[in-house]
Design a protein around this ligand. Structure first.
Ligand code: 0L1
Ligand code: MG
Length: 262
């Protein structure tokens, strides 16, 4: 690690305050260019610890930058991982207040819910499918705390991979009833299709993102617990939203899920 504990604490407090007060900031590597990957995940873990100390509950994980469309949009090449806290969750058809966010964008995703714990290393797509209870449509609302979404990967990891809100719903299906590679998705904004794709856009198979996450956590002796909800990453590039927008994600054979922004 390149940063000391005091600096990690200070950066976690800074980024979480930006989240809670909907304020943007320059990317943190501008001031700490030597920050390494362990520092970045240590800051993210400190943000989680701050939230749980105030009574928030971790309910799952997310993989980000798992599709070529997203990687190209952000000019990066590696997936990243973050956590989901209970207050990120919005009810199906529910409302997101844009006054609580900086510059939200939405991503169409396939969500997984596990019936058994998953632990890496060596976790593969087959393990993921065997441990999955059901898959369902999800819309992630990302809201990077970095000014104009200008960041590098380590800064993004420290900022909990831009996680802010999400909704899941539609028609949950056991994973063996759906071909997650060919499943089609359409994201609509205000009734117009704005992005479309197929599950294979996520690392060839969305379950591959979950396997990568399990292997990543396995490096530090952690597992994905049974019951975890995991967002596998945007199938398409992210779409900017503003107050007044209605967003709906339709996933072939899995119904639809929607959100509105006020
Ligand atoms: O979920 C995601 O793919 C977001 C990863 C973080 C980068 C961004 O803010 O787009
Ligand atoms: Mg995402």
């Amino acid at each position: 690690m390149a940063l000391d504990a005091k600096t990690l604490d200070r950066l976690a407090e800074h980024l979480e305050t930006c989240e809670l007060e909907a304020r943007d900031t320059p990317k943190i590597t501008d001031e700490h260019p030597s920050m390494d990957w362990d520092d970045a995940y240590a800051i993210q873990n400190r943000i989680l610890a701050r939230k749980t100390a105030r009574g928030a509950r971790p309910i799952g994980y997310k993989a980000g930058l798992t599709s070529h469309a997203k990687m190209k949009q952000m000019g990066v090449e590696t997936p990243v991982f973050g956590f989901l806290a209970d207050y990120f969750s919005v009810p199906e058809g529910g409302t997101v207040r844009t006054s609580e966010l900086i510059h939200p964008k939405v991503e169409p995703e396939i969500a997984f819910v596990l019936k058994r714990a998953l632990k890496g290393p060596g976790c593969h797509i087959g393990d993921v499918l065997a441990a999955t209870d059901f898959v369902l449509p999800g819309i992630e609302v990302i809201d990077s705390r970095y000014r104009d979404f200008k960041f590098d990967l380590k800064s993004v990891v420290a900022d909990n991979t831009s996680a802010s809100r999400f909704v899941v719903g539609g028609r949950p299906r056991p994973p063996h009833e759906v071909d997650l590679r060919t499943v089609g998705i359409v994201l609509e904004k205000n009734g117009e299709p704005v992005a479309m794709g197929a599950g294979a856009a996520v690392l060839g198979h969305p379950a591959a993102a979950i396997a990568m996450l399990a292997n990543h956590l396995g490096k530090s002796g952690q597992e994905l617990p049974a019951g975890s909800l995991i967002l596998s990453g945007g199938v398409t590039e992210a779409v900017a939203v503003a107050a007044g927008d209605n967003v709906c994600l339709r996933v072939q054979g899995m119904g639809s899920v929607s959100l509105r922004f006020t």
